[in-house]
Design a protein around this ligand. Structure first.
Ligand code: ADP
Ligand code: MG
Length: 330
């Protein structure tokens, strides 16, 4: 059981005038054994945050803590890898020349199992965990379907017996028809093994299905975070409400907002190189100074400061306030 915590994490890309914070002073906790679903439009910094967790993106500031221990300072314990990431593309994340069994065996930390027979047994156990047969160990990635390949990626992730898994759009590259079975597998494994999970998806239906907590990211910041049912039923941040409204409900259940459909608002998409002062959402906000010019706080004061004290830890000075219907009679 382990808690993953981002503390004021900032990731900066570029230097000088091209510098920008892809992740900007983010505070987020993945409680032990729980799934935090991270949503937000393309470019909001979700993948960068995920990569920062596993040390693939350099921290300009802040810390990533696992059970209070700084991940960047910890000494690698060979028999155990507490945090593992699974990527979107199972085609790119597996070595095409390696047999599946060797790929999984390679992910078993050195020092945990020494004998060849022991390792082979562990590979079979891991394949079984993700619903693959022992004979799949002899296959090469090209002989497997996308879903099977993502199962192999999961088996590799589990090989280090992690306490927390970071999953970045892991079903997005799969056929819709098999996304469900892979999601079921992930949820089943997470519950059985009591894994903590940072689960990134642009599909709200998927996030709702697997998550306990939902965190909404906008331009490098977490703008709302709370229990999934509450956030979806009663979103407090105007950006969260726009996301929900932009996501078509298919068959009465599926919310899926396209990554790049630009439908969130009609305003200009944000430029991460020039993040607006005050509230970063103010140039697009339907309850902010665009429509309520007296709301100058949004132009100057960063709403992240009081977020923890607002419902769902919302980074909005006017949280929970609905825009007035524009076609209302005067
Ligand atoms: P998301 O996963 O939410 O779509 P990303 O984390 O991939 O967002 O990207 C956040 C921002 O950081 C984007 O503006 C993107 O262009 C930029 N970015 C991501 N990776 C790099 C990189 N390696 N170098 C420079 N900029 C990057
Ligand atoms: Mg991404």
């Amino acid at each position: 059981m382990s808690e993953l915590r981002f503390e004021d994490v900032t990731v900066r890309y570029g230097t000088g005038r091209r510098a920008m914070n892809a992740v900007d002073a983010v505070n987020l906790t993945v409680p032990s054994g729980q799934v935090v679903g991270l949503v937000g439009e393309s470019g909001s910094g979700k993948s960068t945050l995920a990569r920062a967790a596993v040390g693939l993106a350099p921290l300009a500031a802040g810390r990533v803590l696992l059970d209070g221990k700084d991940m960047n300072r910890r000494r690698q314990r060979p028999a155990h890898r507490p945090l593992h990431m699974v990527f979107q593309d199972p085609y790119a994340s597996l070595d095409p020349r390696m047999r599946v069994g060797d790929s999984v065996a390679e992910a078993i930390p050195r020092g945990s199992l020494t004998g060849t027979a022991e390792r082979r047994k562990e590979v079979v156990r891991l394949l079984d965990l993700v619903g693959l047969d022992a004979h799949h160990a002899l296959a090469r990635p090209a002989e497997l379907s996308g879903g099977q390949r993502q199962r192999v990626a999961l088996a590799r992730a589990l090989a280090g017996r992690p306490a927390v898994i970071v999953a970045d759009e892991i079903t997005s590259a799969l056929d819709v028809s098999i996304q469900g079975t892979v999601l079921n597998l992930v949820r089943d494994l997470q519950r059985r093994m009591r894994l903590g999970m940072l689960f990134i998806s642009h599909n709200l239906a998927v996030v709702r299905y697997v998550s306990d907590v939902i965190a909404v990211m906008y331009l490098g910041r977490i703008v709302e975070c709370g229990p999934v049912q509450q956030v979806l039923a009663d979103p407090q941040h105007p950006y969260t409400r726009e996301l929900l409204a932009a996501a078509p409900q298919r068959d009465g259940y599926a919310w899926d907002f396209a990554q790049d459909d630009g439908a969130v608002t009609e305003a200009e998409p944000p430029d991460p190189h020039h993040a607006p002062p005050g509230c970063r959402f103010h140039p697009r906000c339907p309850v902010g100074p665009l429509v309520n010019p007296e709301r100058t706080a949004c132009l100057t004061r960063d709403p992240s400061a009081g977020a923890a004290d607002r419902v769902h830890t919302t980074a909005c000075h006017f949280a929970a306030e609905r825009p007035a219907p524009s076609d209302a009679p005067a």
